[in-house]
Write a protein that binds this ligand. Structure first.
Ligand SMILES: C[S@@+](CC[C@H](N)C(=O)[O-])C[C@H]1O[C@@H](n2cnc3c(N)ncnc32)[C@H](O)[C@@H]1O
Length: 221
């Protein structure tokens, strides 16, 4: 694969992001397509499972069915599979889902193209664990993000747990969206029908200026 320069990379990302106002969700597929299987183009590609997710899940969850919303390049889904979950992972972008299948040909993860705004009927009430990392913050507000958040609790099985990770808006940060950092009150209000298990602000060592959170809820019955 031809190695691209930093300015070419910036150009591709900004061309994709420039579509965000007209196509708040479709631009993701354009970016994955333009990346042409080069993960250096994808700003959020870690190529490893999110360590906060792995630690939290290992400490707090029993094995079962897991759903990864907006799975990106698939590392989180495979991380959960490797510790014993039966995993369904979906993303709005077909390019991205095809890329996951190519990266993990031996994985038993069920990779699907899907939209959190319109989940599959069979997903309702089905998952013991739902993971959302940097998805709600990637969807603009003004109705669409609220619709996405409305769907998520409905996908949990009885006593199922939901883990969300993202940027926290404490009113003191400025950032050119996307992403749109989320307020703790918005998250708590959106998931008020679930029992809150924890809400933990944190910063990554490599980006101390960015305030983040991980938060978990449970569908207690
Ligand atoms: C910022 S990336 C995060 C990807 C991954 N969760 C990670 O942490 O690496 C946001 C992802 O959400 C996907 N996405 C955006 N809107 C979506 C929707 N409505 N339904 C499903 N996936 C969506 C995008 O295609 C993209 O892969």
């Amino acid at each position: 694969m031809k190695k691209i320069s930093e300015s070419e990379r910036e150009d591709i990302i900004s061309r994709a992001k420039s579509a965000v106002n007209d196509e708040p969700i479709e631009w993701f597929d354009q970016l994955y397509g333009m990346a042409n299987r080069d993960p250096a183009i994808i700003p959020w590609a870690r190529m490893a499972p999110n360590q906060i997710m792995m630690n939290w899940v290992e400490e707090n969850c029993s094995l079962g069915n897991a759903l990864v919303i907006g799975c990106g390049l698939g590392d989180d889904a495979v991380g959960l599979e490797n510790i014993g979950f039966s995993v369904t992972a979906f993303d709005i972008s077909e390019h991205c889902v095809d890329w996951c299948k190519e990266r993990f040909p031996n994985s038993k993860v069920e990779w699907l193209v899907g939209d959190i705004l319109d989940p599959k009927q069979e997903w309702y009430g089905n998952f013991d664990l739902i993971v959302e990392i940097h998805i709600l913050q990637a969807i603009p507000d003004g109705g669409i993000r609220e619709k996405a958040a409305e769907q998520m609790p409905k996908l949990l099985a009885d006593n199922g747990k939901m883990l969300c990770i993202g940027r926290l808006d404490d009113g003191r940060q400025t950032i050119q969206p996307p992403p749109w950092p989320l307020k703790q009150t918005w998250l708590n209000d959106s998931f008020a029908m679930l029992e809150s298990l924890e809400f933990t602000p944190f910063r990554n060592d490599d980006s101390l200026d960015v305030l983040r959170y991980y938060a978990a809820w449970q569908n207690k019955v």
